[in-house]
Unconditional design. Structure first.
Length: 138
């Protein structure tokens, strides 16, 4: 885990870390802990952990690991996962109509889309970045 980057309000950045397959169990525990600290109800926390796990697993499959940033921003708990894997194409995965087998991103991103309030994917020659978020209770 590293401290907040310069320019990030420390009260908003919860943590940032790099990860590989061996780190997934600990990563899930950290996401659960910070989601609870942020006020997410138990069911929403569980869904958020599943969504982050699916994205992190994809980063491992396609990029041998990645980086993760978790922060609170504008009434949301937001997770950004980046990898350095090859990017063949980018689809609009934010559509909640994704179907397994019809998406380059597979079933995982269809699930993530259903478990989160926002999902976006951006790609470059250096890899992909997935940002997912859930609204925090008022």
């Amino acid at each position: 885990m590293t401290p907040p980057a310069p320019g990030d309000p420390p009260s908003h950045l919860l943590f940032t870390t790099s990860f590989t397959l061996d780190d997934l169990p600990h990563l899930r525990l950290l996401i659960e802990f910070f989601a609870a600290q942020s006020g997410l109800a138990e069911l929403m926390r569980a869904e958020f952990v599943v969504a982050v796990d699916a994205v992190a697993t994809s980063a491992i499959e396609h990029g041998d690991g990645g980086t993760l940033r978790l922060r609170q921003s504008d009434g949301r708990l937001e997770c950004q996962v980046g990898d350095s894997g090859p990017v063949c194409a980018v689809e609009n995965v934010s559509s909640r109509a994704n179907e397994c087998g019809k998406s380059l991103w597979g079933c995982g991103f269809g699930l993530v889309s259903r478990l989160t309030d926002r999902l976006s994917v951006s790609a470059s020659a250096n890899g992909a970045t997935v940002t997912l978020s859930v609204n925090l209770p008022c």
